[in-house]
Design a protein around this ligand. Sequence first.
Ligand SMILES: Cc1cc2nc3c(=O)[nH]c(=O)nc-3n(C[C@H](O)[C@H](O)[C@H](O)COP(=O)(O)OP(=O)(O)OC[C@H]3O[C@@H](n4cnc5c(N)ncnc54)[C@H](O)[C@@H]3O)c2cc1C
Length: 222
Amino acid sequence: MQSLQKKILQDSILKTPCAGGAYLNDPELAETLVTESPDRFRDLSAWGSVFDVEEDCVPAQRPFGGQRFSRTCYAGDRSGHEMIATLTEQIRNTGIRQMQETSAIDLLMDDRRVAGAVTLDGGDGNLGVITADATVLATGGGTRCYDISTNCAAGGTGDGFALGYRAGGATLIDMEMVQFHPTGGAVYPPPIHAAASSPRRPRGGRRSFEEQPRGGTVYGTL
Ligand SMILES: Cc1cc2nc3c(=O)[nH]c(=O)nc-3n(C[C@H](O)[C@H](O)[C@H](O)COP(=O)(O)OP(=O)(O)OC[C@H]3O[C@@H](n4cnc5c(N)ncnc54)[C@H](O)[C@@H]3O)c2cc1C
């Protein structure tokens, strides 16, 4: 019975990213997000992230972009910072070698397999080589191709796309899907952030789910 309830809840939650993505999303990826998020939240909490809680110590939740009920956990107005600080601490504990201010500028190829990367040290300008059995590209998006975006100035270079493409094996997909975050131009406290991301009419009155315009145009009503 409990697993049926869980399945019904997951199906209901799955509708939000799919509707937000105008049903152009990869359904498998959307389902992974929905089914695995609770465990990742528990991981972060176990590793020391301090999220807001209700009076009875149950994790507090708010409705964020397009959600029909409160289901986003948060840490004040610094959720991202809390998560990054926790993950950085975890990496320190593992002894994994970190190289700050070092960029991968090309992938090394061994026959048709990726065998590591050529790096550039932003401090001294030296080039380096890292060899690896497995290479994961997690370099974020590519919004720097726009003069103005809602991403931070340091990221969004599209390096990962270029590295994979130049290496000859990566097929770039969905390149036209770029998010401009509705509250990215200013810092808002979470309730405003949540309201801004919620489907509302320009002057009062919450939209019903059926009335929501598709995808990012929800934000256009602000
Ligand atoms: C204003 C704003 C608000 C947001 N609010 C939310 C929210 O409330 N909830 C939510 O879930 N998401 C939110 N997001 C989205 C979320 O921040 C992103 O989806 C997420 O950070 C993407 O993670 P990522 O690891 O793919 O990329 P990133 O976080 O961009 O990380 C990529 C990393 O790769 C590094 N890098 C890039 N190129 C190279 C290179 N050549 N060599 C080495 N390193 C490189 C970068 O320095 C960076 O550290 C928000 C985004 C914005 C802009």
